[in-house]
Design a protein around this ligand. Structure first.
Ligand code: NAP
Length: 339
């Protein structure tokens, strides 16, 4: 079978300094090996592009290994098993896992997880029922610990993680304020997801003033997806014993200077606030619990989500680059083949 298939892959052609561009990626034809004992041949259906991948383009130590130059980019993918030399997976099974940016991957069956039929659409396993949903769930509930009637602020609010954070915070009875970069996004958060208030940071001169207006009772939980000046503005309004789950800092991922902002230590001390960086993988032994709650809320219609799905393997780099321009409302995915 592998002989009839035309495979393509996307490699890291150059390491960027600052904002990445098309020139940092390259498309290549790629051979497909015959699956050996224990392996499967998987056709890529959907590719997830994620901001953290920007860090993997640098040659520096982090919680994930850097991408290797001239080798395929690797990320979360949903695919279908076309050939199986393993008794763990059958032809036709849909799977999710960390695979190369290729149209077809040959990998060990234990490297992917079978997606059981639950009625949820396949892309959901790369968004609300995937890493983004789990990040929102554990970051907010374990670190943020929102209490009824408290005020929760979330930045990057119309993105894959942010929109789930805000809705879980609403389920916990809090007042939720979302910060995002377009009116279409803030309208969506208010009108479709029930956020109590929103701030478009691109049309707001003074974030601190805007937070004061949107959060008359101060900020109890700040779920930080972006860092930078937005977060500096929110930090001015922390209530005593506020909690700050530090999820992402996308505003600094492409900066080449030191990104020195306001010193936040005095604010944290005065308010006795807790700020904690986390990686969703820290909670891997509790993923079952998170998936159960997210699936239940979804099935009960208590959780809504949005994906921004563009089509075509050739558009994967652009989809990734769009994350840093705010092109996506909801989880950015690329559909590579029909289910
Ligand atoms: P996303 O929010 O769906 O997409 C990125 C969004 O960031 C863009 O749509 C854009 O929206 C916003 N953005 C881009 N540049 C910005 C800037 N300079 N300042 C402010 N906002 C900017 O991505 P996601 O997958 O949900 O990830 C959100 C954050 O969580 C990222 O920082 C990511 O690295 C982090 N994350 C962390 C973990 C973890 O385990 N800790 C797991 C997943 C994700 P606007 O139009 O609003 O600007």
């Amino acid at each position: 079978m592998t002989k009839e298939l035309q495979n393509q892959q996307i490699i890291l052609a150059k390491r960027p300094s600052g904002m990445p561009a098309a020139e940092h990626f390259s498309f290549q034809d790629a051979p497909i090996a015959n699956p050996e004992d224990g392996q499967v041949l998987i056709q890529t259906l959907y590719i997830s592009v994620d901001p953290y991948m920007r860090g993997r383009m640098n040659d520096e130590k982090s919680y994930v290994t850097p991408f290797k130059l001239n080798e395929p980019i690797n990320g979360r993918i949903v695919g279908k098993v076309l050939q199986s030399e393993s008794d763990q997976l059958q032809v036709g099974d849909n799977v999710v896992g960390m695979l190369d940016w290729k149209k077809y991957n040959v990998t060990s069956a234990s490297n992917v997880r079978k997606i059981e039929e639950t009625g949820a659409p396949l892309p959901a396993y790369l968004s609300v029922l995937g890493i983004n949903g789990l990040t929102a769930y554990f970051g907010l509930l374990d670190i943020g610990q929102p209490q009824k009637e408290e005020t929760v602020v979330v930045s990057g609010a119309a993105g894959a993680v942010g929109m789930i954070v805000g809705q879980i915070a609403k389920l916990k009875g809090t007042r939720v304020v979302g910060i995002a970069g377009t009116d279409a996004k803030t309208d969506f958060l208010k009108n479709e997801l029930g956020f109590d208030d929103t701030i478009n940071y691109k049309t707001t001169d003074d974030i601190s003033k805007a937070i004061a207006a949107s959060c008359p009772n101060g900020v109890d939980v700040y779920f930080d997806n972006v860092g930078g000046p937005i977060s500096d503005g929110v930090m001015n309004h922390l209530n005593d014993f506020a909690r700050i789950p530090l999820c992402g800092a996308i505003s600094s991922y492409n900066r080449t200077d030191g990104d020195l902002g306001t010193r936040i230590q005095p604010k944290l001390i005065k308010s006795r606030s807790m700020i904690k960086g986390f990686i969703v993988g820290d909670y891997s032994d509790r993923f079952g619990e998170g998936m159960r709650d997210l699936s239940t809320w979804l099935a009960e219609g208590k959780l809504n989500y949005r994906e921004n799905i563009i089509e075509g393997f050739e558009n994967v780099p652009d989809a990734f680059l769009g994350l840093f321009k705010g092109d996506n409302l909801g989880k950015q995915l690329v559909k590579v083949a029909e289910e």
